[in-house]
Design a binder for this molecule. Structure first.
Ligand code: HEM
Length: 401
């Protein structure tokens, strides 16, 4: 067997095949990403869990961020991402992480999320009401995108008119844009969010989520303006890019597996639990965010030296045949518990309850109104986004029926 040391240029189009090759060679492999960045890529389930929780593998971007430049050819590096957006908990280890997570958890309560269910249902119904039998549409554009962005903008108290700008900025920041584009998009986003935070801070506290976050208090400890800007940015990007693609990837998987679609049409009460299987099989996050070794770490039989980037492919771990039987097969009735699509450990997705709620509402309404929807393109013409972070299509053309 030849050893894979360089991920192919078209890796994003078919990562699963590449992961199968890597996984067969070992749980942790030193490889170059498509644009040259050298990383230690984790593709097996057990080692993925360890890598996501070992405190010697750090998420401290402030201290380790320069490693991108150490391990990458110059053109693969984003140098000028606006720092005002980076002071958030996904870029920190304990105790800094613990402090921010505690403050945001005070505002992002399970009760507040569940109270959103009627509104999420209403937003989905409004979107579906605009669609007609026989229409050929991009399901991402007309349904999967507007639902979560509307929800997260309402949660943050951001006017919906800014939706398209946000989409453009966050697309630029999550895909491989030029450095110039990144400077522009992150600068524009930071300026907007600063204004928003200042506006909400100047208002009387009310019972909305963002007001609760701005005024959250843990024994006198509060979030400062910069922390609020970064937190809003994290919630905004994490809260829509992912959910859009969970919905899109799930619909594609169902259209490719008509027997499984039939099960959910016959038994819609299975939809909420089936979300876990869609998260497992084709979750929207491929390679989890930045991590590096603070000291040499033995992982899956190899020693990863100090100051190396460790990347965990969540979608590879979730298809590890040692963990899930027939791991490549969609089975909406299986228990996919324990999947890693929301991460693992202290950075486990804060928004998981909201994402599950949105998925449940979206799929339930879509299948009830358009039970016979079909793919309106040849499957091989579908193009995946050129990102190692996000697993999602550019467009999902469907015919409604
Ligand atoms: C963290 C996935 C939806 C907010 C994470 C992580 C993953 C993830 C994998 C951990 C990344 C890492 O450790 O490198 C997902 C998926 C979603 C989703 C698959 C939808 C299907 C959301 C939503 C929100 C959100 C709707 C907010 C409203 C966050 C936040 C973190 C996070 C704030 C950072 C947590 C921390 O550092 O403690 N998410 N997410 N996510 N997610 Fe999500």
């Amino acid at each position: 067997m030849t050893t894979l040391t360089q991920l192919p240029a078209d890796y994003a189009q078919n990562p699963h095949e590449v992961h199968d090759l890597l996984r067969a060679e070992g749980p942790v492999r030193e490889v170059h990403m498509p644009r040259g960045l050298k990383v230690w890529l984790v593709t097996r389930y057990d080692e993925a869990k360890i890598a996501l929780t070992d405190p010697r593998i750090s998420k401290n971007v402030q201290e380790g961020g320069h490693l991108f430049e150490v391990h990458a050819p110059a053109d693969a590096v984003r140098r000028d991402f606006n720092q005002a957006l980076s002071v958030h908990m996904l870029n920190m280890d304990a105790p800094g992480h613990t402090r921010l997570r505690k403050l945001v958890t005070k505002a992002f309560t399970a009760r507040r999320i569940e109270l959103m269910r009627p509104r999420v249902n209403e937003i989905a119904a409004e979107l579906i009401a605009k669609l007609n039998d026989g229409d050929e549409i991009d399901l991402l554009e007309e349904f999967a995108f507007p639902l979560p962005i509307t929800v997260i903008c309402e949660l943050l108290g951001i006017p919906i008119d800014n939706r398209d700008e946000f989409r453009e900025w966050s697309n630029t920041l999550l895909s491989f844009g030029s450095n110039e584009d990144i400077v522009h998009a992150s600068g524009a986003m930071a300026a907007f969010l600063f204004g928003h935070v200042e506006k909400v801070a100047a208002q009387e506290p009310d019972d909305t989520f963002f007001s609760a976050l701005v005024h959250a208090d843990d024994s006198g400890d509060r979030l400062n303006t910069q922390e609020l800007v970064s937190m809003a940015f994290l919630l905004l990007v994490a809260g829509h890019e992912t959910t859009v693609n969970l919905i899109g990837n799930a619909v594609l998987s169902l259209l490719n597996n008509p027997d499984q679609l039939q099960i959910l049409k016959d038994r819609p009460e299975l939809i909420p639990a089936s979300g876990e299987e869609f998260l497992r099989l084709e979750g929207p996050v491929n390679i989890a965010t930045f991590r590096y070794t603070k000291e040499p770490v033995e992982l899956g039989g190899v020693t990863v030296p100090e100051n190396e980037l460790v990347m965990v492919s969540l979608i590879a771990a979730n298809r590890d045949p040692e963990r899930y039987e027939n791991a490549d097969r969609l089975d909406v009735t299986r228990s996919a518990q324990g999947h890693l699509a929301f991460g693992h450990g202290i950075h486990f997705c804060l928004g998981a309850p909201l994402a599950r709620l949105e998925f449940d509402v979206a799929l339930t309404q879509l299948l009830a109104r358009f039970p016979n929807l079909q793919l309106a393109a040849e499957p091989e013409t579908l193009v995946w986004r050129d990102s190692t972070l996000i697993r999602g299509l550019h467009t999902l053309p469907v015919r409604l029926a």
